[in-house]
Write a protein that binds this ligand. Structure first.
Ligand code: TXA
Ligand code: MG
Length: 349
């Protein structure tokens, strides 16, 4: 299959440009499209055959459910069994935006979309191209991140093409995404809401709107033997080819430790990648040194994480040493991804 890429100006989307993409969706095909978090692989959420194609293109286990993307709140009403009051409140506060809510599904939603679950994950993205595609196609879009299963999520169209070339008919290139890590997932099907995946919308932000919110205890387990409630969180995700280790501690000690590890590895002929920051990158002497951005700007750090993991794969390094990123607001979301990429290997100095 030939994969066509169409470029659009995200600030100025014209529905006419999305005509072909909408036709692909209406005929049960897949289109990759930008959202504000990461690129998604979209298909008609109510068409079981279309959902199956998504699993195939990603090489994703079929028990791992998809998020249904909507453009209007009424669409959530049309696929949920009941919409709890807290969903209305959260939608009012954070939609459109990087928040996914889990509610009980009704019969309209095929089990192929929800990986066999009786619940459905729903998100209203803020990205103008995503919104325009949902509206223009007249379909809600089931969309996982547009990477091959186990690879870092794509933050630009080039990443999508790396993974999906020849597997899907169309990619809409709307430039780089804004946030760079996936949406926060909150489960509203139980009395006390629970965050199943941390993201840009923090627990504190959710609590300011709906009161007490728990974090899935399965996420806290260092080695992930606790069972996370979102099926996707149990897989070893985002693994770069080079073996990644996080070095945690005071900045000066971390730099020293990473340099020691680097010298030792290079003496043995091992190629080393290092993840630092704008503040520290000049202190390192690895084969490839990449900066996550400035510690003064935590959004830039979230935004660069996946791109950096992909760059290391291209550079072909054997091991990667990374600083730790417990930034005040979205540090939990960043570290959740980085720890997974590292298979939870952490050295504390
Ligand atoms: O930011 C995002 O959410 C991106 C963009 C494209 O919108 N999408 C995304 O989808 O990250 P995906 O498929 O890569 O991750 C969805 C996660 C998986 O961990 C999955 O297990 C979980 O959501 N999930 C989906 N439906 C669920 C449900 N009914 N119950 C529990 N977890 C669910
Ligand atoms: Mg994903």
């Amino acid at each position: 299959m030939k994969t066509n890429t169409i470029k659009v100006d995200s600030e100025n989307v014209c529905p006419e440009e999305l005509k072909d993409a909408s036709n692909v969706i209406r005929l049960g095909g897949i289109v990759a499209f930008p959202t504000e978090t990461v690129y998604g692989l979209g298909a008609d959420a109510l068409d079981s055959e279309a959902s199956k194609k998504i699993y195939q293109a990603k090489g994703r286990p079929s028990d791992n459910p998809l998020i249904v993307h909507i453009a209007e709140f009424d669409e959530m009403l049309s696929i949920a069994k009941v919409v709890p009051k807290k969903a209305f409140q959260l939608a009012e506060a954070f939609w459109p935006g990087p928040l996914t809510m889990i509610v009980n599904k009704n019969d309209k939603v095929p089990y192929e979309t929800t990986g066999g679950m009786d619940t459905v994950a729903v998100r209203m993205p803020a990205h103008p191209v995503a919104r325009a595609l949902i509206k223009e196609s007249g379909r809600m879009l089931a969309a996982p991140s547009a990477n091959t299963s186990g690879r870092p999520s794509p933050t630009c169209a080039k990443h999508v093409l790396e993974d999906m070339d020849g597997k899907i008919p169309m990619i809409i290139d709307g430039g780089e995404v804004e946030i760079g890590i996936e949406s926060t997932i909150v489960d509203l099907t139980e009395e006390e809401p629970m965050v199943l995946r941390p993201g840009y919308i923090t627990v504190e932000m959710l609590e300011s709107v709906i009161g007490k919110v728990r974090m899935d205890p399965g996420l806290m387990e260092q080695d992930c033997i606790g069972k996370p409630k979102a099926p996707g969180m149990k897989y070893k995700h985002y693994a770069p080819h080079g073996e990644l280790t996080i070095v945690n501690g005071e900045e000066e000690k971390v730099v020293k430790k990473i340099n020691e590890l680097t010298d030792d590895a290079r003496n043995r002929g091992i190629r080393v990648g290092i993840i630092g920051t704008d503040e520290t990158k000049l202190f390192y002497r690895g084969d490839t040194v990449l900066s996550m951005g400035s510690r003064q700007d935590e959004d830039s750090i979230a935004k660069h994480l996946y791109q950096i993991l992909r760059e290391f794969d291209e550079a072909g390094v054997d091991v990667i040493y990374s600083e730790s990123f417990q930034t005040p607001r979205i540090g939990q979301a960043i570290m959740n991804r980085l720890l997974k990429a590292a298979g939870h290997k952490v050295i504390t100095v």
